[in-house]
Design a binder for this molecule. Sequence first.
Ligand code: NAD
Ligand code: ZN
Ligand code: ZN
Length: 387
Amino acid sequence: MDEQPSSKTWGKPIKCRAAVSRQPGEPLVIEEITVAPPMAREVRIRIVCTSLCHSDVTFWKMKDYPAIFPRIFGHEAMGIVESVGEGVDEVTEGDSVIPFFMSDCGECIDCRSKKSNLCSNLPFKVSPYMHRHETSRFTDLKGEVLYHFLFVSSFSEYTVVDIAHVTKIDPSIPPNRECLLSCGVSTGVGAAWRTANVETGSTVAIFGLGSIGLAVAEGARLCGATKIIGVDLNPDKFEIGKKFGVTEFVNAGECGNKTVSQVINEITGGGADYCFECVGLASLVQEAYACCRKGWGKTIVVGVDKPGSKLSLSSFDVLHSGKTLMGSLFGGLKAKTDIPILLKRYLDKELQLDEFITHEVKFDDINKAFDLLIQGKSLRCVIWMDK
Ligand code: NAD
Ligand code: ZN
Ligand code: ZN
């Protein structure tokens, strides 16, 4: 006999509050919305807490496609499963889960390979819909569709996420720590650990010391890097960086008549072994590439620039330098295997998470999280749904 679901809301629409973005760059508005039940292979989640990542800000400010409004942003979160759709047996009602934006279907050639996290069954895109069924689960009070963001849309008390975008986690870890592994910290640590595979004793340069850049520093430190150079325009980030193993700082706004890459080439005697771009500017990718070591240097693109922005590299220089240029989405991690590994490293007191949380606000104050990140005052601001 089939087990009867115990939830009173199972199979029914739920009315709840969500922070809706109606116009690019305008403050989010807390509204009552309806969240439809999960379809096949989907999970409806009660969000416990969520935090703001710069990728939310980028697409919230953007006016043209793939920007679309009205939209529910948020893709870094932790929650509890409320109900599941047909064909879901990996999680059940009451489970603590982390949703994530990169699909981990576990079945396609890429998910089965150790070399990539770029799923081909449900390939990454900035879609306004659910991944598998290409429709929205959100409507406003007038019955009009609200669009999804990065397959997570966590700025809502309830959301629906595909099972390929959810992993079950240890419920004993504080939700605000777990939430950080949903995007930012995992991305940065993974970029150093999985994408670059930083070696012991190496030299690393990181452009941009937000949570992503500092998580790269944390990952590089865990991999045994000995020199970690942080580059930022905001000098406040330098003191913070020390906590994450950054050993030297370059203020990108105070290099005089030199470029940042010239300064780093001088500090490192010919370039860093690994350079990470964690701001989202093509010009900085070029700077990073210009100061990674010839022959074996790797430049890893983590920052998200505007779609369509171009790099300009001389093919002659690429040929002669022998350097590697790589992109890294979600730090190259396979979420379902690697998030639990990172949580264990946190419990074992190896991986720092606490230090990333600089602010916490209640859901009604979600716009404060935007102000803090834009003004460079926060690393991660955790937004609590029930406070
Ligand atoms: P953040 O705003 O917290 O940090 C960005 C940092 O860059 C700030 O400290 C800022 O002062 C610094 N900065 C800005 N312009 C600079 C310049 N010209 N030179 C040097 N430093 C400069 O943002 P975050 O949340 O850490 O995100 C960083 C980037 O990573 C964003 O582009 C975000 O979209 C991207 N991201 C990528 C992935 C991925 O999977 N690849 C995942 C999450 C975030
Ligand atoms: Zn993110
Ligand atoms: Zn896959």
